[in-house]
Design a protein around this ligand. Structure first.
Ligand code: ADP
Length: 337
């Protein structure tokens, strides 16, 4: 396995930038998640790493090898990168086993058969070796696709939205099973998603993109606890926001003060407060609009001076019609506008 990195990579389509000087690293044997809304450049990054397209500027490296520069693009077949892309579906006319065996054509028959069964076993589908794709569920097809990508011992694998289009229970199961396989096989993985929960659950590192730019690259905990911008804070979970001014080192909001000593005094600032960072207690300062079950929590809508925020409170605490609130500094951020 090898690390994969992009250094100052740009790529434009018909003069419009899809990626603007993006740098990132997928460390060896770790999972890097690319998180961003539709059109932010995630698939473009995958195609550049796979060697399906050329870079306009910068370089792509796999381990120590430079595989893309503006003047040279190593062919996709020579990169030894495994892919699980939605548009790289299983070959419909081949069985699950034959799909996995497809990339092992250089091996002798016996070794190829043995490897195929070993990989199908690894994803829990040895007993389905003779089934055709249409006889498998969506989740099973994805597991075969993962086995097919990993069997030829690639230097890294690319997973493009591998769990989308599956129902939520199956999705979580497949996500966990895939992650276990990737961790056991110490596979360098780059994983595209627009789902924050998937990214936080699966990744060792997060790369958060917007409109072709890298907003932040960090371990999930760091990105969650120390977001570099309002956009990153919002990308990783529900937030409440407010625009105010820095006065005496804080931004005053209708729900309380947020520390902002790192910003210029008097400057405009955007505040982000995570729903779970709002603690509620008996009081009269803030109106409770409604309380709804939300897993282990209640989702509480609060109103203060015309502003409505959402808080996550421990389930079934008794709330009156009004409360007082306290903002936990660990989940309250102020950013320069
Ligand atoms: P994402 O995967 O995050 O949805 P993409 O990498 O597909 O984003 O796209 C990034 C930007 O590049 C978008 O504005 C998209 O319209 C544009 N783009 C991507 N591929 C092409 C292409 N082959 N031709 C023209 N524009 C493209």
């Amino acid at each position: 396995m090898s690390s994969v990195s992009l250094t100052n990579v740009s790529r434009a389509y018909a003069g419009v930038a899809a990626l603007d000087s993006v740098s990132l690293t997928a460390p060896e044997a770790k999972v890097l998640a690319l998180l961003g809304p539709s059109g932010s450049g995630k698939s473009t990054i995958m195609r550049l790493i796979a060697g399906l397209e050329a870079v306009d500027a910068g370089q792509v490296r796999i381990g120590d090898e430079i595989v893309s520069t503006p003047s040279r693009t190593l062919a996709a077949e020579a990169r030894r990168i495994g892919m699980v892309f939605q548009d790289y579906a299983l070959f419909p006319h081949l069985t699950a086993g034959a799909n996995v065996a497809f990339g092992l054509d250089k091996l002798a028959r016996a070794e190829r058969d043995e490897k195929t069964l070993r990989w199908l076993d690894r994803v829990g589908l040895k007993h389905r070796a003779h089934a055709y794709p249409h006889e498998l569920s969506g989740g099973e097809q994805q597991r075969v696709a993962l086995a097919r990508a990993l069997a030829p011992a690639p230097r890294a694998v690319l997973l493009d939205e591998p769990f989308s289009g599956l129902d939520p229970v199956l999705r979580a199961e497949l996500r966990d099973a895939t992650l276990t396989t990737l961790a056991e096989t110490k596979t360098t993985t780059i994983f595209v998603t627009h789902d924050a929960e998937d990214a936080l659950q699966v990744a060792d590192r997060l790369a958060i993109l917007k409109a072709g730019r890298m907003l932040q690259e960090a371990p999930p905990r760091e990105a969650y606890d120390r977001p570099a911008s309002l956009h990153v804070a919002a990308a990783l979970g529900p937030i409440n926001s407010y625009r105010g001014r820095v006065q005496s080192g804080v931004v005053q909001t209708p729900f309380g003060n947020v520390a902002a000593a790192h910003l210029a005094e008097g400057a405009e600032a955007d505040v982000a407060v995570r729903a779970e960072a709002i603690a509620l207690r008996a009081g009269a300062g803030v109106r409770v609009l409604d309380v709804r079950p939300h897993g282990a929590h209640d989702l509480v809508r609060l109103e203060s001076r015309g502003l409505i925020w959402r808080a996550l409170a421990p389930a079934r605490i008794n709330l009156g019609e009004t409360v007082d609130v306290e903002l936990a500094p660990t989940g309250a951020f102020a950013f320069a506008v």
